[in-house]
Design a binder for this molecule. Structure first.
Ligand code: UDP
Length: 482
């Protein structure tokens, strides 16, 4: 195939805005340097999730004609239960959609113009059973993991660990040894791998095997951040037969925020001194009990730091709803949830936002000098790209594993120490915050963050490791099964 010819790739994200955006961000990033690509994104979202993604799809379609979106017919009528946010359901929903996927891919493959025939299918972790459809159609499958290579190594090594023991990680004391990783406390393995008897564990185990059989693994990271994990995977140390597909470290992928009109919090940041504000945000799903939220508020009062805090309501079963005699949907003011008078007492140095902040724009603002984060991988990439030093407070998914590497091994970030049940006391939090924002140790962490930011920019520059990986990936799409 001539390089000037179009190379058509199909991307197939699992439902939900975050998964869709991750794959589209990958497509946009590849297209920026490889305009020979044409991408079709197949959408399988159940109808109730469509309103949350339609505006995004429209804005990408109009700005980037090389990306086309195609909706698969709904398959819910055949679902054993309605679609839910239960992560096991994502795997099962994928399987239900396989006939529709087969139909859509067959139609695309029957294009009369050879350059319009897809050369590859790129899927995310949850849609792993789509690989069966692609194999039946002789189409190479690539996985995109919006996670780092430490997590990828753990996924690849899961079948080996599964054979070594019959005990769930949640019941094991001591560490797990995974090639390329520091020792990981067994209880800090990705949360969905902790219990062998769960449905989700079975899906993870199956998908871990499939990863090793794919045409390529695409990771949102860069080699200088995780060199040992990249090396271990590439040398085949994480899979039983030593044969691992190529790993493409193409990150950091950071969503451009040009379409966001200026949010009020950015105007507030404009008024704060350079590098003085601690940004506090816990991903798309991070929620705390009312007891923990109040403890955080006490820590902020104690530390005296400037802050921008994204607060979500406590979960529906929290005691606060009974005590206040209201329902979560009544959306009480933040002082009701936090401490009485908190916003008034901290108004000269703090801003509380309900639910959501434009994180990428906030992190790149000059007034932000620190980030208290749940250690979700996209947040890590965004902070590293912006050179903002972090304190991490892992909550779910593979975030504790990310911490074991980033905080305890690499010493790139600071970490809170949790007490029983994951609770973090006001003294602990205030101590870490003060350490990051105004101590010698914090200054060292800031310097390391600045160095890693330079490494990230270098990886993304002409000839840098991530740009080379992108070129190799596109080349592999083009060569396909030739
Ligand atoms: N995010 C945001 N504003 C918020 C919270 C999250 O823009 O208030 C974005 C954040 O920039 C990141 C994503 O949501 O791109 C969260 O991804 P991450 O992997 O960090 O965590 P997850 O939500 O998957 O746990």
């Amino acid at each position: 195939m001539e390089k000037a010819e179009k190379c058509h790739v199909v991307m197939y994200p699992s439902p939900g805005r975050g998964h869709l955006m991750s794959l589209v961000e990958l497509a946009l990033s590849l297209l920026r340097h490889h305009p020979c690509l044409a991408v079709t994104v197949l959408i399988s979202s159940p109808p109730h999730l469509l309103p949350s993604i339609t505006p995004y799809i429209s804005s990408v379609s109009s700005a980037t004609p090389s990306i086309a979106f195609r909706h698969l017919p709904p398959s819910l009528s055949s679902a054993p239960t309605a679609f839910s946010d239960d992560p096991a359901m994502y795997f099962e929903f994928a399987r239900l959609n396989n006939p529709n996927l087969h139909q859509a891919l067959s139609e695309l493959l029957s294009a009369s113009e050879p350059s319009q025939k897809p050369r590859a299918l790129v899927i995310d972790f949850f849609y792993s059973s789509a690989a069966e459809v692609a194999a039946a159609l002789d189409l190479p499958t690539y996985y995109f993991l919006p996670a780092g290579t430490n997590a990828l190594a753990a996924f690849l090594y899961l079948p080996t660990l599964h054979k070594l023991s019959t005990t769930s990680f949640k019941d094991l004391d001591g560490n797990v040894d995974i090639p390329g990783l520091p020792p990981i406390p067994a209880k800090h393995m990705p949360s969905r791998m902790l219990d062998r008897s769960s449905r989700i564990y079975g899906h993870f185990l199956e998908t871990s095997t499939r990863l090793a059989e794919s045409a390529g693994l695409i990771s949102n990271t860069f080699e200088a951040l995780e060199p040992r994990a990249v090396k271990a995977i590439s040398e085949g140390l994480c899979v039983p037969d030593g044969r691992t597909p190529p790993v493409y470290c193409i990150g950091p992928l950071v969503a451009a925020d040009d379409h966001i009109s200026k949010h009020d919090c950015l105007s507030w940041l404009d008024l704060q001194p350079s590098r003085s504000v601690l940004f506090m945000s816990f991903g798309s799903m991070g929620v705390f009990s009312s007891k923990q939220l109040r403890e955080i508020a006490h820590a902020l009062e104690k530390s005296g730091v400037r802050f921008l805090w994204v607060v979500r309501n406590p979960p529906p079963h929290d005691e606060i709803w009974r005590n206040l005699a209201i329902k979560p949907e009544d959306d009480p003011g933040v002082d009701e949830i936090l401490l009485h008078g908190f916003t008034e007492r901290t108004k000269d140095r703090g801003l509380v936002l309900k639910s959501w902040a434009p994180q990428v724009a906030v992190l790149s603002h000059d007034s932000v000098g620190g980030f208290l984060s749940h250690c979700g991988w996209n947040s890590v990439m965004e902070a590293v790209f912006a050179g903002v030093p972090m304190i991490v407070w892992p909550l779910y998914a593979e975030q504790k594993l990310n911490r074991a590497y980033l905080a305890w091994d690499l010493k790139l970030v600071l970490s809170v120490a949790e007490s029983e049940g994951g609770f973090v006391t006001r003294d602990e939090l205030a101590g870490r915050v003060t350490e990051l924002m105004s101590s010698e140790k914090g200054r060292e962490v800031m310097e390391r963050a600045a160095d890693m930011r330079n490494e990230a920019r270098q990886a993304l520059s002409e000839g840098g490791s991530s740009r080379v990986a992108m070129a190799k990936l596109v080349d592999s799409f083009i060569k396909g099964n030739e």
